[in-house]
Design a protein. Structure first.
Length: 430
């Protein structure tokens, strides 16, 4: 029996795509290998959001090929930069062609090479109609849409994922119910931009969350990244549903820059004030909000004043976590044609913002020490011990608890990126 390993990189959306391909392969009679070393074929489900990520993908594909593995490349890289793919690979599938993975492996077995990288206009299957491989664990990713409605001048992901295609609410709810029936305790709603979910089918994210949280059972819902320009259209409604007990008080709202002129150059159709308006609205009614944001430093045209405005914004808003990215041009994007900043300057700004984010995160987290909070236990942690998530999705390393437990935890230590605590037991009122 031919053994295949699916190796996935990037976002939770890509992880769901990987599980779809695994299910299709398994149903076709292929054996799913536990690791790439024991597989004849390795499917590299790629990410290409940044230049360093693309370089890592190229190196990984070469490493596998040099070791004698037959490689099939899927994911975003075939759309973003097909020239980066080693010609020795046995097949190439775009994100809209993952349902052809069995066909690709079968063709490779016959010495043929299937290349299917259609765009969203030519091919756009409804992925919630495809099977998924059910794995053990506490969290399950449910894609709610694919593509977006933005036109950011630096983004190449839209070349792969295309324009927004929202999945029907009844299909999303069906998958959530199935996951819960199989013992999952955390539902992660995933998309390139959850904020614009439903705009193409006459609904919105708040209405979807309302339907999901009405399902009976003890579980939690984590909502993925949403862009400010869409959130503004139904802000009050969204804050209302976020107050529900089953919704993690976790908001991933990327600002990207604290300067309005830079935001315009980025193609971000909101202002700094509008971003702050959203944060104020959430914090007013959800004081324990865990705010995550993204910032790109060194974008073409970012002056010293513009960068200073970003620093000032971070000092004012004080996010719990900031994902700092150094700008890197992506092929085919508008911004790739613009003159970039010197590398040393980008690196310097990145380091300054990184130091700032660690300081603010620690100052926020240390206030948790001595508190008793509710935590959903995920299982063995990468940092040792047992990993869990608080009701606002902060990571806690515990001294006990079983995967799936929802109980009380006493926080004993705080760092910039995670907490430590003592598990007090299930069903203890906090």
């Amino acid at each position: 029996m031919v053994r295949v390993y699916v190796e996935t990189y990037g976002c939770t959306r890509n992880r769901a795509d990987g599980e779809i391909m695994e299910a299709l392969l398994a149903s076709a009679g292929y054996e799913l290998a536990e690791n790439p070393e024991t597989a004849e074929y390795v499917v590299v489900n790629t990410c290409a959001v940044k230049d360093p990520t693309e370089k890592h993908m190229r190196a990984r594909i070469k490493e596998l090929l040099d070791s004698g593995k037959r490689v099939i490349v899927t994911g975003c890289l075939p759309h973003v930069n097909p020239d980066a793919i080693d010609p020795r690979v046995s097949g190439i599938l775009g994100v809209k062609s993952i349902d052809r993975i069995v066909e690709a492996v079968s063709a490779a077995e016959s010495g043929e090479k299937l290349v299917s990288v259609e765009g969203w206009r030519e091919r756009n299957p409804d992925k919630l109609e495809l099977p998924r491989l059910w794995k053990s664990g506490v969290a399950f990713v449910v894609p709610i849409s694919e593509g977006c409605l933005n036109a950011c001048t630096y983004c190449a992901t839209r070349f792969a994922r295309g324009v927004l295609k929202s999945y029907k609410p009844e299909l999303v709810v069906k998958w959530v119910k199935e996951a819960l029936s199989r013992g999952y305790k955390e539902i992660q709603l995933s998309s390139e931009d959850t904020g614009c979910y439903g705009f193409d089918i006459g609904t919105n994210l708040a209405e979807l969350i309302d339907e999901i949280t009405a399902i009976e059972g003890e579980f939690r819902v984590r909502i993925g990244m949403m862009n400010p320009n869409h959130v503004l259209k139904f802000l009050d409604e969204l804050v209302n549903v976020y107050q529900g007990e089953k919704v993690y008080k976790f908001l991933h709202l990327p600002v990207q820059s604290g300067d309005d002129e830079v935001l315009k150059r980025m193609g971000r159709t909101y202002t700094v004030e509008e971003f702050e308006e959203i944060v104020r609205a959430f914090r007013k009614r959800i004081p324990e909000l865990n705010l995550n944001t993204d910032v790109i430093v060194g974008f073409p045209g970012e002056s010293e004043e513009a960068f200073g405005n970003t620093v000032d914004l971070i000092e004012r808003v004080r996010p719990d976590k900031i994902n700092v990215s150094r700008y890197s041009p992506r092929p085919g994007t508008v911004a790739a044609r613009w003159k970039g900043l010197p590398g040393w300057k980008v690196k310097e700004r990145s380091r300054e913002l990184h130091r700032l984010r660690l300081r603010i995160a620690y100052e926020i987290n240390r206030d948790y020490v001595g508190r008793t909070v509710e935590v959903l236990v995920h299982g063995p942690g990468k940092k040792g011990g047992v990993e869990g998530r608080t009701s606002n999705y902060k990571e806690v390393i515990l001294d006990g608890g079983e995967a799936g437990d929802l109980g009380a935890v006493s926080i004993t230590w705080a760092g910039s990126t995670y907490l430590k605590g003592t598990f007090l037991g299930r069903d203890i009122v906090t």
